[in-house]
Design a protein around this ligand. Structure first.
Ligand code: C5P
Length: 416
């Protein structure tokens, strides 16, 4: 028994020396030492633990061989613990302190005779490793997740287009025809009403982009202004007419009126490409990497998310079959707008325009030009009349000479 006590006191003393050496975790270690000592000395506060401890003390005191094997066991446990600690994955800088504390606590426990028992757990010394692990799971894991989420959200937000360059549909005939189709669709399925595009906003998209600052918006406005002359040159003074006929869809989610095939499509594509190039050259990226496919959208399911919840995920193509050969009319491309997707619509129901450029429309002549033009026309007319008169008079004169009585002269007759 005395030997046992001597052994315990030795272990506790060694542990205490370590406690003093490691100032960083001094409070924890000292607490541990005090608790251990109390435990060994049979504090009445730990009556239950004492029984457990005494059993072990008795076991230790059976023989010297047993003591030696216990010491060996202790050493093995210690080595195992050290090995275990080495296997631990690297921790981030902020956790190093806690890990150090936990490791020194566990090595301290290994020094004590009950290191392999559950006594420490019962005393409230849960495994430091596990507590660090638990904290890492709750703390760091959650933090990393929220940062990633934030980044994803940010990316999504920055990528979402908020401006677009459009060709507005101004021909009332096309608007009426589209409205007719929309009405017939609603008769077939009234749930689609929220997915319909208001006819006053009908347009052909040439480019979509995301402009996040006023500077970017100003740059986009000036870019479009500078495009007025090149786009006019591209049209070569001709009117660009787009004939709308038939309907089609994108992934059964977007329904649109098609533009009939022809040279006009190439010209429109060239226009869209010039705009995209000019924007990109100024650092304004296109918000869409799809190939340009001009279309006139009149219905899109994304406008009505409720429909999806109601089970309408795709358009029933049978609804559109009767419009396949429908002719909607022609639109003259005489204006291109930079529009906001989010700003309040203008009074006429069309998008808020930041900038519009017009082309293919000749300037009205000034008043002075008109006066000089009319003068030239009058002078021209007078000249031609005089010429005609002279010719006729000459003809009449020669006729009189031929047919007239003898002695008649070749003088011009008077008009009066
Ligand atoms: O530009 P607009 O509003 O007409 O586009 C309607 C929808 O059609 C958009 O949601 C767009 O993503 C989609 N679309 C598509 N494939 C294309 C062009 C547009 O799915 N080639």
């Amino acid at each position: 028994m005395i030997r046992c006590h001597a052994l315990l006191v030795g272990a506790v003393a060694r542990a205490a020396r370590r406690c003093t050496a490691d100032l960083q975790c001094a409070p924890v270690k000292l607490k541990l030492c005090v608790r251990a000592q109390r435990h060994c000395c049979g504090s009445p506060l730990h009556a239950v633990d004492q029984t457990h401890t005494m059993e072990e003390i008795n076991n230790n005191s059976v023989s010297t061989r047993q003591e030696q094997s216990t010491t060996q066991q202790m050493n093995t446990t210690k080595v195992k613990k050290v090995k275990k600690a080495k296997k631990e994955p690297k921790r981030v800088a902020g956790q190093k302190k806690k890990q150090k504390e936990a490791e020194s606590t566990s090595s301290l426990m290994a020094e004590l005779p009950f290191s392999s028992t559950e006594v420490w757990k019962e005393l409230g010394f849960s495994s430091a490793d596990s507590s660090v692990k638990k904290k890492r799971k709750r703390g760091d894991g959650a933090r990393v997740e929220s940062e990633e989420d934030g980044e994803k959200k940010k990316k999504k937000e920055t990528a979402r287009p908020n401006y677009f360059v459009s060709v507005p549909i101004t021909n009332p005939e096309i608007k009426q025809a589209v409205q007719g189709v929309q009405k017939l669709l609603l008769e077939k399925d009234c749930r689609l009403s929220r997915a319909l595009i208001p006819v006053d906003t009908l347009h052909i998209t040439l480019l979509v982009t995301h402009l996040s600052t006023q500077e970017q918006l100003d740059l986009a406005v000036s870019t479009l202004s500078e495009l007025e002359s090149p786009l006019n040159a591209l049209l070569g003074g001709h009117r660009l007419l787009l004939p709308f006929a038939g309907v089609a869809h994108f992934k059964q989610e977007v329904a649109f009126v098609q533009i009939a095939a022809g040279e006009h499509l190439s010209t429109l594509t060239l226009m869209a490409e010039s705009i995209r190039k000019a924007f990109e050259e100024r650092g304004i990226a296109s918000g869409d990497d799809k190939a340009f496919k001009p279309h006139l959208t009149f219905l899109k399911l994304s406008r009505a998310p409720k429909l999806r919840r109601q089970g309408v995920k795709k358009l029933d193509l049978a609804l559109f079959s009767e419009f396949e050969g429908r002719v909607f009319g022609d639109e003259c491309v005489c204006r291109v707008d930079l529009c906001s997707m989010l700003k309040k619509k203008s009074a006429d129901g069309y998008y808020h325009c930041e900038k519009s450029v017009s082309f293919g429309v000749k300037k009205a002549p000034e008043d002075e030009e008109l006066v000089s033009l009319s003068k030239r026309l009058v002078e021209d007319a007078v000249l031609r009349a005089v010429q005609q008169y002279m010719e006729e008079t000459q003809q009449n004169g020669s006729m009189l000479k031929d047919k007239g009585p003898p002695g008649a002269t070749g003088k011009l007759p008077s008009t009066k």
